[in-house]
Design a binder for this molecule. Structure first.
Ligand code: XLS
Ligand code: NI
Ligand code: NI
Length: 438
């Protein structure tokens, strides 16, 4: 019996329900623009915040009841954690999970032990997956927690750390492959610097590029069909992280010839830390052809770090979901709750409430995006704004028919004097606001 066993399975009860342990909006089979809600969202619960962490912060220790953390991280403790995690997934009805190697496995002190411990827990995870039908959205390596990685993994000044990281990634990528994972994620937690004074930025970027190429080569060698994803973040724990945002990652991929091989895992709170809107990151990824997956959470508007809170305001997410629906969805990606309880949330049921509310919030965002799309008003207004580019003159310019000098000639000859037109921002905003689903 796991500690999560008292509640659930969580069912859809509709907007009138007052049951804290029921979905009010997330009706998984509801069809939205030809696809089920569950297929748009591909909901994922993460191991690290929900089962591996214990609520500690910079000022104090663990507070959450997680019995497998009461003693050393033995194989028995790791087994109990995995059993509890799958019990929770099943009761939530969420179809996917995600994990770092060290989130799930027992303590290992050498790379050989690491390999053994990872394979041992892999076997148990595989068994639980086949019993429950829960699938793996992505696996990843923790290349930031251990002190050996304090100056980075692939960007470490010491090539032995680079090699250690390579071993860890090889092992967990193969585990991810064997477990049928649909993606593999690299979050460069410490791939950055704390001061430029001690940092050879050019060398570090080159090593990072080499590392990523090795990862992609290995993916093809083992026949892993999932998508390799980079998760952008501007800083924290480092002062500067090389993968600061989607555009920066795209430039890095292009420089290393990997823009067709690697996509992005966009996290809400990382976008806002970079002083960008989440919808900006999503729209940019689609525009550049590198949309991969989403880490769902939110920051605190008044604190400057990655607070990873569960989302509860659908309007914050609905513009991003407008892009997602317009672009046909997330492909191999999904919505991973990279979100954690607050430190005082020590009731076991708090984890249910947090996920249920987060899931209903995502469902609301999808339904309001659907309503905006069905109404067609926003798309019509937007198309009208760009209508000039559909005229023969607009098309000729876009297709490269004119040089700068030729176009200058035409502009002068025609006596062009274009009239300013309203951008109608308030009207566009009102369309989104009026289509919110409560
Ligand atoms: C931390 C990151 C991390 C990644 C996985 O800020 O969001 O949780 O998602 O390594
Ligand atoms: Ni994340
Ligand atoms: Ni994060």
């Amino acid at each position: 019996m796991s500690i999560f066993s008292e509640v659930g399975p969580i069912k859809y009860e509709g907007p009138e329900s007052t049951n804290d342990f029921a979905y009010k909006v997330y009706d998984k089979d509801r069809v939205v623009l030809g696809k089920k809600l569950s297929e748009w969202l591909r909901l994922t619960v993460c191991y690290w915040h929900s089962f591996a962490a214990g609520g500690m912060d910079m000022f104090g220790g663990d507070t959450w009841p997680r019995p497998w953390k009461d003693g050393p991280n033995t194989q028995e403790a790791a087994n109990a954690k995995t059993d509890a995690a799958f019990d929770f997934f099943q009761r939530m009805g969420t179809p996917y999970f995600a994990f770092h190697d060290v989130d799930a496995m027992a303590q290992a002190d050498t790379l050989e032990e690491h390999d053994r411990a990872l394979k041992t827990i892999e076997a148990r995870i595989a068994k639980r997956m086949s019993e429950t039908g829960v699938k793996l959205l992505w696996g990843t390596a923790n290349l930031f927690g251990h002190p050996r990685f304090m100056a980075g993994a692939s960007t470490n000044p010491n090539p032995e750390v680079f090699a250690y990281a390579a071993a860890q990634v090889k092992m967990i990528m193969e585990t991810t492959h064997r477990l049928g994972g649909e993606n593999y994620v690299l979050w460069g937690g410490r791939e950055g610097y704390d001061t430029l004074l001690n940092t050879d930025l050019k060398a570090e970027l080159a090593h990072f590029g080499r590392f990523l190429n090795m990862v992609v080569e290995h993916k093809h060698k083992i026949g892993f069909k999932g998508t390799i994803l980079i998760e952008p973040k501007p800083f924290e724990p480092t002062k500067h992280q090389y993968d600061r945002d989607v555009s920066t990652v795209f430039g890095f991929l292009q420089k290393n010839g990997l823009e067709k091989e690697v996509k992005v895992n966009i996290e809400v709170n990382h976008a806002t830390l970079a002083n960008l809107d989440f919808e900006h990151e999503v729209a940019t990824a689609y525009a550049l052809g590198i949309m991969g997956s989403l880490d769902i959470n939110r920051g605190d508007p008044r604190s400057g770090w990655d607070t990873d809170q569960f989302p509860n305001n659908a309007q914050d997410l609905s513009v991003a979901f407008l892009s997602i629906l317009e672009n046909g969805g997330l492909g191999t990606g999904g919505c991973n709750f990279d979100a954690k309880l607050r430190r005082q949330s020590i009731d076991i049921n708090d984890l249910y409430i947090a996920h249920i509310t987060g899931i209903d919030t995502l469902a609301r965002a999808v339904l309001s995006a659907e309503s905006v799309i069905k109404q067609k008003k926003l798309a019509t207004l937007k198309a009208a704004r760009y209508a000039g580019w559909e005229t023969p003159f607009g098309k000729e310019i876009a297709e490269g028919k004119y040089t700068l000098a030729q176009l200058a000639d035409v502009a002068v000859k025609k006596g062009l004097d274009p009239e300013p037109v309203s951008g109608k921002q308030e009207l566009f905003e009102s369309i989104v606001a009026q289509n919110q689903k409560v």
